[in-house]
Design a protein around this ligand. Structure first.
Ligand SMILES: Nc1nc2c(c(=O)[nH]1)N[C@H]1C(S)=C(S)[C@@H](COP(=O)(O)OP(=O)(O)OC[C@H]3O[C@@H](n4cnc5c(=O)[nH]c(N)nc54)[C@H](O)[C@@H]3O)O[C@H]1N2
Ligand SMILES: Nc1nc2c(c(=O)[nH]1)N[C@H]1C(S)=C(S)[C@@H](COP(=O)(O)OP(=O)(O)OC[C@H]3O[C@@H](n4cnc5c(=O)[nH]c(N)nc54)[C@H](O)[C@@H]3O)O[C@H]1N2
Ligand SMILES: [Mo]
Length: 750
């Protein structure tokens, strides 16, 4: 049965009602190994079989006795569970108002567009009076706020160069964060055929000089054709300032471009020269911060200035304290080099961060039901401020020029996301999570979040329903056909919410009359307006896919060169932003600059930088019980990579169980010694299911989010700062406690 996932299309081989294999879609030249996680996960023991209610909550809403996560569950029938949900929505409306329902419900869920869980939750809660939403992403929260202010559009997701343009035109490519091939296995909505790694391959074979600036090497299959420039985590802004200073010092900046298309260069240049703070941002200054030799920085500056150069930055760099600065500085440096607006030159954001970057985007909307309009317009929190919001109802905070207050959250409703995967400082979050009166979760699996809910409703996986997989940067639209019957008593999220809508008398507004056929045909009509032809629904469904020719890319920066102003106050690239300057923030000023990191105050006790990057063996926490993820663990624990010198200094050997710790928390992992991680850095990918020992609190599985800080990138963006974390590591003496992440919670039947 043809199907799709965020990591690619496949055909489900089904034997006696069970998925036994996910066979890569025949048109995919570079399918993801991750497909092998699917069969075991879909039929895993820890699927949520029936609706389940936390006992303490059921028996009097008690929070104190057995906290969320430590209580047992009582399985009930669907009607009982849904009546409880409806009762809670009504109660919170009546007692506190709809803003006390937090349903930001951030998360990747599964690939289908029609059954997209969050879309339906938002439709339900909009139809029934409103809710508090979340704004922004964990992926690029800081720069999605910054970019519109300095260039007038969100460069994280639009306007990339194509692989072919880079192969044809670029001479030197400075890749901040590298271009990790493993991350390009993924894109939201899935893809018929992977294009990231083949695209990079074309670029490297064309002889483009590619320099990966990364604390970690070997992140791409073609690593030996990349130059590796190791950098201390979180210091890219200093490197770019050092390059910029050299350009200016040697008169290599493109004055004509800066005069014609930017504002504020002079004020920035005064900072570069040290006139505003007494510190010239020389290559030597940058070297002391980044660990890159000053000579290398200076020659890099000269090379970039004398060739057709491209400077790109992965999203990861801005998932850090002051994350706005590295990307603002990337654009500023590209402006000084003068190539912006020419294909294959200038800057690019997100190469290596997902498969679609580097490919053309479709101008029409993919097939999906309309997003809801929340009647409580403006009721939202920045997505990564969830713990803060729970801790401080009514508390004030800054965000993007506004002084806002947190809502009084009484009910959390989460579908299609896993906050006990994605959020930082999970120990602190676990405490805050006890504060609201009720937590409702839909999940296919007993995740850490499901185990910390009061009402858990079993959701189908995409293989248990018909759907459509698509994303705007793909030429494929994939049919996702139901391959098996729902597992246990699971229902589709859309159906669960329809039954709730029925009870709340808003079924029509909720469903909106959308059907699978209907959303496809709407998309097809929209495509036709651009002269793009899609087959009719029946042909598409029969065939299993539609291949839609790519549309030509439109580029804001090419238009800027042609005289079309950007949507910024000045119409130009804002190297200095009067608007941001006027906010008066102490952590994001009017132009890009270097800020020391709070974590560095702990450098003595916690000498290692922790990088908690995306996992190669799964998508976030999804299908962590699958064989691709399981077999790459050691002793059942996630593997952290560390340089042999750092390991030797601590008596750590390859394969040893280790304990990573700081003041926020501690987790176990298994050590792998490699020179591909620079000294002073330890790399532990995200996604091993959160598994704290109930007695000691020690996380047993290798989840880095017990170590990461929960602070905003700045008052401007309030994005996550996950990549700014310092830790120490030691060999774990004795027998490590067993991992229980995939165990079922204690449960009884009503
Ligand atoms: N330390 C650190 N933390 C990070 C990051 C980092 O770099 N470092 N990266 C961050 C980033 S960029 C992101 S995007 C987040 C990702 O965070 P999430 O998107 O929350 O992570 P997922 O594991 O994809 O969670 C999706 C959940 O949806 C469930 N699900 C799947 N299909 C369905 C369905 O059909 N219905 C329902 N109801 N549920 C379904 C899955 O079982 C899973 O539990 O993590 C962030 N966290
Ligand atoms: N296999 C797989 N792929 C994924 C995902 C997944 O879960 N699994 N998640 C997807 C999602 S939701 C997102 S948002 C994207 C995120 O994509 P990215 O943000 O690009 O991903 P990361 O893996 O966090 O980091 C990419 C690289 O940045 C490097 N890096 C980290 N800190 C620094 C630094 O301070 N300076 C420099 N120069 N480099 C640094 C890391 O070593 C890593 O090689 O990935 C997507 N792709
Ligand atoms: Mo993300």
């Amino acid at each position: 049965m043809i199907h799709s996932s965020h990591w690619g299309a496949f055909r489900a081989r089904v034997v006696e009602g069970r998925v036994v294999e996910a066979v890569p879609f025949e048109a995919d030249p570079d399918p993801a190994d991750l497909l092998r996680n699917i069969p075991a996960a879909v039929h895993a023991r820890n699927r949520v079989a029936r609706p389940a209610i936390r006992r303490g909550w059921l028996e009097g809403r008690s929070r104190a006795e057995a906290p969320r996560g430590a209580d047992e569950f009582v399985e009930v029938d669907w009607d009982t569970a849904l009546d409880l949900v409806v009762g809670e929505i009504r109660r919170v409306h009546a007692e506190h108002g709809p803003a006390s329902i937090f349903a930001g419900s951030y998360g990747w869920s599964s690939a289908g567009r029609f059954h997209h869980a969050q879309t339906h939750l938002h439709r339900l809660l909009s139809a029934s009076g409103g809710f508090t939403a979340s704004t922004g992403t964990y992926s690029h929260g800081a720069t999605s706020v910054l970019f519109p202010r300095i260039i007038g559009y969100d460069a994280n997701v639009s306007d990339s160069h194509t692989w072919d343009e880079i192969a044809e035109r670029t001479e030197i490519w400075l890749m901040l964060g590298g271009v990790p091939a493993q991350s390009m296995k993924i894109d939201s909505g899935g893809m018929g055929a992977h294009r990231g790694a083949p695209g990079l391959d074309r670029v490297l074979r064309a002889g483009v000089r590619a320099i990966s600036v990364n604390p970690i090497d070997g992140e791409t299959a073609q690593a030996d054709t990349l130059e590796w420039l190791p950098i201390r985590p979180g210091t890219d802004t200093a490197l770019l300032l050092g390059i910029a200073h050299t350009l200016q010092d040697e008169g290599l900046e493109d004055r004509a471009f800066l005069d014609a298309h930017t504002v504020g260069y002079e004020r920035f240049a005064a900072y570069l020269r040290g006139e505003t703070d007494g510190t010239p941002k020389t290559a030597a200054w940058a070297s002391a911060i980044t660990g890159i030799p000053a000579g290398t920085i200076r020659s890099l500056a000269r090379d970039l200035a004398s060739s057709r150069s491209l400077v790109t930055a992965t999203w990861s760099l801005q998932r850090a304290e002051h994350g706005e600065q590295s990307h603002w500085m990337t654009i500023t440096l590209a402006a000084m080099l003068g190539g912006i607006g020419r294909r294959g030159e200038g800057f690019g954001i997100g190469f290596g961060s997902s498969d679609g970057i580097g490919s053309n985007r479709q101008p029409f909307g993919v097939p999906q039901p309309a997003r809801a309009r929340n009647p409580l317009a403006g009721a939202e929190i920045p997505v990564a401020r969830i713990t803060d919001a729970l801790e401080r109802p009514g508390g004030a905070y800054d965000f993007n020029g506004q002084r806002r207050t947190y809502p009084d959250i009484r009910l959390i409703y989460w579908v299609g996301g896993n906050p006990f995967h994605h959020h930082q400082d999970l120990v602190r979050m676990e405490r805050a999570w006890q504060l609201p009166e009720t937590v409702i979760v839909h999940e296919p699996w007993w995740t850490a979040t499901a185990k910390r809910a009061d009402i858990v409703l079993p959701a189908t996986t995409s293989l248990e329903r018909d759907d459509i997989g698509a994303k705007s940067s793909d030429v494929w639209i994939m049919a996702m056909k139901r391959a098996i019957e729902p597992v246990g008593e699971a229902l589709d999220d859309r159906e669960i919410l329809r039954r709730i809508a029925q009870r709340l008398d808003c079924e029509e507004a909720y469903t909106g009359g959308f059907t699978l056929r209907g959303v496809y045909e709407t998309s097809r009509r929209e495509a036709a307006e651009y002269g793009i032809e899609m087959p009719d629904f029946d042909t598409f469904w029969e065939q299993g896919y539609a291949r839609v020719p790519p549309a030509p890319q439109r580029s804001h920066m090419a238009q800027l060169l042609a005289g079309v102003p950007l949507q910024t106050p000045s119409g130009r690239i804002e190297i200095f932003s009067e608007t941001i300057d006027a906010f008066g923030y102490d952590d994001c000023a009017g132009h890009p600059m270097w800020f020391p990191k709070r974590e560095d105050a702990e450098a003595g006790r916690y000498p290692l930088h922790l990088i908690s990057h995306q996992p190669a063996t799964r998508l976030h926490s999804q299908m962590d019980m699958g064989p691709v993820s399981a077999t790459r663990k050691v002793g059942g624990r996630e593997v952290c990579r560390i340089h042999p010198v750092d390991a030797a200094a601590r008596g750590i050997g390859d394969g040893d169980a280790v304990r990573l710790f700081n003041d926020r928390g501690a987790c176990l992992a298994s050590a792998a010694l490699t020179e591909q991680v620079m000294p002073g850095v330890i790399a532990l990918p995200t996604g091993a299911w959160f598994d704290p020992d109930p007695e000691t609190g020690l996380e047993r599985h290798g989840n880095p989010n017990v170590l990461t800080p929960d602070i905003g990138t700045s008052k401007l963006g309030q994005g996550t700062s996950a990549h700014t974390a310092r830790v120490e590591v030691e060999r774990y003496a004795g027998e490590p406690p067993p991992v229980e992440a995939f165990a079922l919670p204690p449960m009884s039947r009503a």
